[in-house]
Design a protein around this ligand. Sequence first.
Ligand code: UDP
Ligand code: MG
Length: 141
Amino acid sequence: MNRTLTILKPDCVRKQLIGAVIEKIETAGFRIVAMKKTKLTKETAGEFYAVHRQRPFYGELVEFMSSGPCVPMILEKDNAVDDFRTLIGATDPAEAAEGTVRKLYADSKGENIVHGSDSDENAVLESAFFFSTEDIVRVNK
Ligand code: UDP
Ligand code: MG
């Protein structure tokens, strides 16, 4: 079993799509092993996306990610990182495959509903950003 870290971003929460996106996630076979609703500050959003600090969209991304509550989750499944990125689709919804979360629900490349880790290593680091070990509960079948 592998794990990935997702965030239902502030646009997902504002559009009342938490349930719809979680339904897609669970139907695709992911198990939720940690979940909470929180609100990032500009500082914590900036830290989470520090890898993009030099990119032109960084300021806008930090503003957006701190603009309202979000819902981080740790998800578990075989091949979790890659399968989750397939489920959500390309960063830009205009380029995302039919049926993917971003194609269905995202408005733009910036406001694209959901985050997904891009490697097992980053999944571990990003999970520790939001959750401590006692938050992580494996659910038996
Ligand atoms: N982003 C943006 N403009 C871009 C590229 C990315 O606003 O041209 C935002 C978008 O919210 C994206 C996040 O920055 O989800 C992180 O970018 P990344 O390239 O890591 O995309 P992801 O891994 O989320 O598909
Ligand atoms: Mg990324």
